[in-house]
Design a protein around this ligand. Structure first.
Ligand code: UDP
Length: 254
């Protein structure tokens, strides 16, 4: 996008004074003259276990920006709105400015990770139906699991918002299962975040990338996501690249 009206995040003239927030995997910049938009810059860093484990690989931000954009476009095509507007430069994404609801919404199709551990069961068990879970986004508390009642009584979100979040999360799951299946990948689970625009619209926000999904190769069962980093399986960069390659090859995506 060479004719962009603004500097790209990696451009040295993009002033650091525009930085609103820096997270583990992204920086968020304000865009002068566009109060309802933000620019997200996808970083090369990788973290796990609440940032106790840190790493990075070259071009990770570039790959994840591209994966996230392709997924947001597919979701939009299937009627699921998100904050995505357009890609900017190599690792930038222009998005609607939203106030993030402090909940991580996890959807599971196959048992893995923290819930497998908590229930004392093996990873890989297919669940009878998609399981939606909420975690309270608070680093200092280690993002604890919260029940529906806890969310409402402690005023993390209103009852109607909770209903809307569950519905949207399940809609996203339906689209993503299909999308990944078409490229030979099983969608085990994923985490999404939502926010509200100033006008009050509830939108899918943040990112959907191998950082926040569990993706297993349908043929070989190999992990193609951040578990490669969490569990020191190696080849993190090749597998992220492979996910992007398959999405691009699939076509049909704008
Ligand atoms: N997840 C995430 N960020 C978090 C926690 C989890 O993106 O802070 C994703 C994770 O990649 C997986 C899903 O949410 O796809 C479920 O994660 P789980 O609760 O099993 O936690 P984990 O085992 O990763 O600690």
């Amino acid at each position: 996008m060479t004719n962009s009206p603004i500097n790209t995040p990696s451009s040295p003239s993009f002033a650091s004074t525009h930085l609103i927030y820096e997270g583990k995997a992204k920086k968020i910049f304000e865009i002068p003259g566009e109060p309802h938009h933000v620019l997200m810059e996808f970083k090369d860093s990788l973290t796990a276990f609440n940032a106790q484990k840190k790493g990075s690989f070259e071009s990770k931000g570039v790959i994840n920006r591209d994966i996230a954009a392709l997924i947001f476009k597919e979701l939009a095509a299937q009627g699921v709105p998100s904050h995505f507007i357009e890609n900017i430069g190599e690792r930038g994404m222009k998005a609607q400015k939203v106030e993030i609801i402090p909940l991580e919404v996890v959807v599971r199709n196959i048992l893995a990770g923290s819930t497998a551990k908590k229930m004392g069961r093996e990873e890989g068990e297919k669940l009878a139906r998609p399981l939606v879970e909420f975690y309270y986004k608070k680093d200092e508390l280690n993002d604890p699991f919260v029940s529906d009642d806890q969310i409402i009584i402690f005023q993390i979100a209103e009852a109607q918002t909770l209903v809307d979040l569950k519905r949207l999360a399940l809609e996203i799951n339906t689209v993503l299962i299909q999308l990944f299946q078409s490229i030979g990948i099983e969608l085990v689970d994923f985490k999404v975040e939502f926010g509200r625009t100033q006008a009050g619209e509830l939108l899918l926000a943040d990112e959907i990338t191998p950082d926040c999904c569990r993706l297993w190769d349908l043929k070989t069962g190999e992990k193609m996501d951040k578990d490669r980093f969490r569990r020191d399986l190696g080849g993190v960069d090749q597998y992220y690249q492979e996910v992007l390659k398959r999405l691009l090859k699939r076509g049909g995506l704008a």
